[in-house]
Design a protein around this ligand. Structure first.
Ligand code: CU
Length: 184
């Protein structure tokens, strides 16, 4: 099972659990038909149910949180740093720190199999920084936010041309906001 399929399965399992919880609360708050039927001690049963529920979620979180992108390649020193400044409606990419008053883009070539770090910011509004491979599949992404530098580390194993698209609706020409780099 691939990583994303595994995470999808976990999400679906938690959706079923949430559904089960709501069904349990709904059915336990129905009035018993007579004094002899129904739940005898709903408070205690709910307490037990919540304990099980918390335990299940603790397991799910302990599996999924370490897979979140914040820890990806954290132990690898980047072979290359690429500075990214997004603005309406373009991406400025450079191997040198970008001067906000005079942003200059340059052609970026990344070595395959080596960790690269993108330092992503925005010069105006919020943008997305999404990297797509030559098959138009989303590889990785982060937000481009004014006043913040988001670090995105990745190792590209497939050579080719990668496209960068904005994933945040940032204005009238948002759909035309794109750039690219080469992995060789
Ligand atoms: Cu946009």
């Amino acid at each position: 099972m691939k990583n994303h399929e595994f995470i999808l399965t976990l999400f679906l399992a938690s959706a079923v659990l949430i559904g089960a919880l709501f069904y349990y609360i709904y059915s336990s708050s129905l009035k018993p038909k007579s004094e002899n039927e129904g739940i005898q001690n709903p408070t205690q049963k709910r307490y037990f149910f919540f304990l099980v529920y918390i335990a299940v979620f603790a397991i799910l979180f302990s599996i999924t949180i370490p897979k979140s992108p914040y820890y990806l390649f954290a132990d690898k020193a980047p072979d290359k740093v690429v500075y990214v400044a997004a603005k309406q409606f373009m991406f400025v990419l450079s191997e040198q720190a970008i001067d906000a008053k005079n942003p200059k883009s340059e052609k970026i070539v990344i070595q395959s199999g080596k960790p690269v770090e993108f330092r992503v910011t925005s010069l105006d509004v919020n943008h997305g920084f999404a990297i797509y491979n030559s098959k138009a599949e989303l590889v990785t992404q982060t937000q481009a936010m004014p006043g913040y530098v988001n670090r995105l580390r990745w190792v590209f194993n497939e050579p080719g041309t990668y496209n960068i698209l904005c994933l945040e609706f940032c204005g009238s020409a948002h759909a035309y906001m794109r750039s690219s780099f080469i992995v060789k």
